[in-house]
Design a protein around this ligand. Structure first.
Ligand SMILES: [Zn+2]
Length: 220
């Protein structure tokens, strides 16, 4: 799947509003049959477009306190390590690496005053004096995390090649390999991935081809 037509967009808009919308309701809305709705949704999952079906909980019914925003200026060379270190905290709702004066922006779930002090202490005592500056603000109003607004007209999806990890749109080469459909930017990438998969199955390769993160870009 590399294109979203108007029907796909209608299905996705309905699922964004309520991921429990039934196949029957989606079929009625789009004039498709239930099996074809199922096939389409499976395609969104297989292609990675739908990452998961989840729920939104009113976190204030579970946790006391206020949500916070932290702006951090971190030594660029330590950014990755520090981000991972901080992400372990159960309070993190959203973490973004940004450009500019502050390079790490964190929004938290509700925190008690004690949690806030402990969190700030933890961040300030991270090894290597990596955190240069830390600014915190209390989030005054509970905000909603709004899902992305989908376009009204058909679009080409940006797809990541399962072999070279390059993002591309346009012609897609796909094949079911190692239990799911894989997408490639070129027949060369597909061939190379299949080679790795065969080696993996034969036990000549210990790492699953998907876990081989660093890979030279295949030339097409
Ligand atoms: Zn590729």
């Amino acid at each position: 799947m590399h294109k979203l037509d108007k029907t796909d967009l209608r299905i996705l808009i309905a699922l964004l509003a309520d991921s429990r919308t039934s196949y029957a309701a989606l079929a009625r809305e789009t004039n498709l049959t239930i099996p074809s709705i199922k096939t389409r949704i499976q395609k969104y999952i297989d292609s990675g477009l739908i990452e998961k079906f989840t729920i939104i909980i009113d976190e204030h019914m579970i946790m006391k306190g206020t949500s916070m925003t932290f702006l951090l200026k971190v030594k660029p060379s330590d950014l990755d390590t520090i981000a991972k270190e901080i992400y372990i905290s159960p309070f993190i709702a959203n973490m973004t690496i940004t450009s500019g004066h502050y390079n790490l922006v964190i929004v938290t779930h509700p925190m008690s005053d004690k949690d806030k002090l402990e969190f700030i202490k933890h961040v300030n005592t991270l090894p290597g004096e990596s955190v240069i500056e830390l600014v915190s603000s209390i989030n005054l109003e509970t905000f909603m995390c709004r899902p992305i607004e989908l376009p009204k007209t058909p679009i080409n999806l940006l797809i990541r090649c399962d072999y070279c990890h390059r993002e591309f749109s346009g012609e897609v080469f796909s094949k079911a390999i190692l239990g799911r459909k894989r997408y490639f930017c070129s027949p060369i990438c597909q061939e190379k991935y299949e080679e790795r998969a065969k080696k993996y199955i034969r036990g000549e390769l210990f790492q699953h081809p998907d876990e081989e993160k660093v890979r030279k870009e295949a030339k097409s």
